[in-house]
Design a protein around this ligand. Sequence first.
Ligand SMILES: [Zn+2]
Length: 184
Amino acid sequence: MNSNEETFSYLIDRDCLIVSVDSSFKQFALENEAPELAQQSLIGKSLFGFLCDHNTEVLYRQMIERVRGDGRPVTVPFRCDSPTERRYMELQISPAEEGLLHFCSSMKRIEPRESVALLEQNSPRSDEILLQCGWCKKVNVGDEWLEVEAAVERLQLFSRPLLPELSHGICASCKLQLMADLES
Ligand SMILES: [Zn+2]
């Protein structure tokens, strides 16, 4: 691991309750407009309380089962973008002592970009809902999944008085990739 690589980690028990969180995780939550994750105590809360959609929960459960089943770690890439940065990260789930599981996210690469208003947390929204993949952060437009900038352009969101709401799920290609990672 290179010394500049940031990591954020936590441990869960057999019931998938969080038993500890490292301090960089809290810092990361604060910097990522998720102060609710940094301020409240996460200890004793279910991991699944933080996953926003059913598909993601199912995949997490499959990853957890895989790691518990054969004791080998599983690693999956994901994006954790901010309005001004594309952040390429990796999640590794590995067994820890006494039946605990260690979740460790590490930052692999950051690409700065012009701020994307659609990703700002506090801007007012219309009733329209756009689906965004929770893993690669692409946005569903018709039957395609596009990078957020391309989706903004395609849907001409610049000209709207209010931006649509984002809801999270998983795109077909991330689902396939995850299933392949689980079987490898
Ligand atoms: Zn995806």
